[in-house]
Design a protein around this ligand. Structure first.
Ligand SMILES: Nc1ncnc2c1ncn2[C@@H]1O[C@H](COP(=O)(O)OP(=O)(O)OP(=O)(O)O)[C@@H](O)[C@H]1O
Ligand SMILES: [Mg+2]
Length: 172
């Protein structure tokens, strides 16, 4: 996994937010994406929320598979397409949420996800942008983009000091 570059701060119209260094990585294969997930799963703490963005087939579930392994979960973490949420017992419980099939924010709200999102496990949310305003502000956002058949760019943006710490450990 190569580090492309990290960004010192985020500029929003008119003002600059306090710097929250993000990390841009390039994965050259599903295996590398899973390996990044394993590292994230190993570093995860109770209550962590990891939001995943990026289109169909970008590798979100592939990353979740690695996170599951990093949490000591055996077996395969498939996309919870029909059930929205799947729970896996591990070093910490993994709550794998997929908002793909939901049409609007109201539907996301009706799911009553707060027990998971503010619980003691690790929440990983695919298609997180569909419910962003209802999801915890303190999160790690990972946006995956297509570079070529086997290459993906992964942009990791920490939403709080907790996740800056996590990225610093990931990067060393
Ligand atoms: N570097 C890479 N990292 C991850 N997946 C890759 C990579 N290169 C190719 N792929 C392929 O991309 C696909 C990713 O599928 P995956 O189910 O993880 O995507 P997804 O983002 O969860 O899609 P969906 O939005 O449909 O849930 C797999 O077929 C995988 O083999
Ligand atoms: Mg998926």
């Amino acid at each position: 996994m190569k580090q492309a570059k990290s960004f010192p701060g985020i500029i929003l119209g008119g003002g600059t937010l306090p710097p929250k260094p993000s990390l841009q990585l390039i994965s050259h294969s599903p295996r590398e994406t899973r390996r990044l997930g394993v590292r994230l799963g190993e570093l995860a703490q109770a209550g962590d929320v990891i939001l995943l963005a990026g289109g169909l087939g970008m590798g979100k579930t592939c990353l979740v598979q690695g996170i599951a392994w990093g949490l000591g979960i055996k077996g395969y973490a498939s996309s919870p397409s029909f059930v929205v949420i799947k729970e896996y017992p591990g070093r910490l419980p993994l709550y794998h949420i997929d908002l793909y099939r939901l049409d609007d924010l109201e539907e996301v709200g009706e799911l009553g996800l707060d027990d998971y999102l503010y619980g003691h496990g690790v929440c990983v949310v695919e298609w997180a942008k569909k419910g962003l305003s209802l999801l915890p502000e303190e999160h790690l956002l990972i946006t995956i983009s297509y570079l070529s058949a086997w290459e993906r760019s992964l942009h990791l943006q920490p939403g709080s000091g907790r996740y800056q710490e996590m990225l610093a450990k990931l990067n060393c």
